[in-house]
Design a protein around this ligand. Sequence first.
Ligand SMILES: O=C(O)C(=O)Cc1ccccc1
Length: 295
Amino acid sequence: MAEKTKVAFLGPVASYSHQATKLAFPDEDNSHELIPVRTIREVFDTVQAGRTEYGVVPFENSTHGPVSMTLDALADRQDDLGDVVVCGEVYLGVHHYLLGKGELGDVKRVYSHPQAFGQTTGWLGRNLKGVEMVEVSSTSRAAEMASEDGTGGSAAVAGEMAGRMYGLRVLGERIEDREDNTTRFFVIKRKQGGERGEGGKGKNLVSFSVGSHDEPGALAEVLGCFKQRGLNLTSINSVPGLREGMRPFEYLFFVEFEGKDGEEGDGERVRGVLEDLKEKTRGWRYLGGWERARR
Ligand SMILES: O=C(O)C(=O)Cc1ccccc1
């Protein structure tokens, strides 16, 4: 039998990342092996080391915004993830549940991923005011921890699937702040060479830092290059740079933009803007190009 394609995701099984991974790698012919790891950083490390061909990580949520652990990994501050690029995206509608072993009134502690807490602030504020909220590595890990507490005092904010997997009762259903709550995940892989500067296949991601903080318009000038070349931006984020040579409060920027190779003039525009980045930034990196997915 042919070797299976391995894909790492934030586990344990039944996390939202697991669901997104199954969407991105549907297993009709049993050709994928999905491998749970403990943290988002570990998904990146696993792909960089070549232990799996692909990884799936949450990037941004429609209610709570960017996923900081993913941006931290993409910032690659220790320069040890230089071969990882984004090669795909997948959207997942996310409905949260409060899951436990006892009754709602028994809950003294709630476990979840910080993103899930951020997407359920309304319901938690109304129903569990003053209760301790404990951040853990994933929602499925939260469900597992709630299931391990024999007293019934622990609950988790997680998906329905995690509740079934760990034998928990539903104490609150569809508790997300917004019904249209959606997370966009990135598929990552090891770069094969050639991606850099070749332009993307629909969307592209770059990171860069700008020079002086004392000159007005350093960032505006870089963003202006995308505008001048008619390239639409689809996301913009920033994190403290903390890279070699960067001072406190100097930021690393992430810009995602549309541009598709092969289409009339587009590949050239993408290549052109990467040339602009070379010239106008203090440092930059091409973090991948991929086919856009529909929401
Ligand atoms: O913890 C999980 O299940 C994840 O995959 C991260 C996450 C958390 C909340 C919404 C979407 C993804």
